[in-house]
Ligand binder design. Structure first.
Ligand code: RB5
Length: 146
């Protein structure tokens, strides 16, 4: 799978750790590339837009709390970004919300929990049905339709 990755300085170490873990996928790393302080919108928008354009099938974004990257990603049309700090939320974000971006917390979860979350997030399929109807409503709102 083609995956877009992005972090800020607070997510950099976790991003590097998950790159090794995701080595069977085709990764596009939109930065950042060090722990030097930077602004999460500068990398987050690039990764989210790559997913929205279909150049990457999914994305993983990481900042310290996960909040900034969530706000950024969900501004991009077509993105359903889910901030997950448990395996159960990761599962639900796929089954119910068809999340195409996973947001992780660089400062609040261990690397091993992050890897468990990623594993479940990748293999869990969207349930469709009533959840598709709800996503269609979000898509219509994005298009300015009621
Ligand atoms: C950086 O200090 C921090 O504010 C950022 O990583 C993120 O948590 C913002 O939402």
């Amino acid at each position: 799978m083609k995956i877009a990755l992005a972090s800020d300085h607070a997510g950099y170490e976790l991003k590097e750790a998950i790159k090794e873990f995701l080595n069977e996928h085709k990764l596009t790393d939109f930065g950042t590339h060090s722990i030097e302080s930077m602004d999460y919108p500068d990398t987050g928008f690039k990764a989210a837009e790559a997913v929205a354009r279909g150049e990457c099938e999914r994305g993983i974004l990481i900042c310290g709390s996960g909040l900034g990257m969530s706000i950024v990603a969900n501004k991009v049309k077509g993105i359903r970004a889910a901030l997950c700090n448990s395996v159960e939320l990761a599962r639900l974000s796929r089954k119910h919300n068809d999340a195409n971006i996973l947001v992780l917390q660089g400062r609040f979860i261990s690397h091993s929990l992050a890897k468990e979350i990623i594993k479940v997030w990748f293999y869990t399929e969207f349930d469709g049905g009533r959840h598709q109807r709800r996503i269609d409503k979000i898509s219509r709102y994005e298009k300015g339709e009621k």
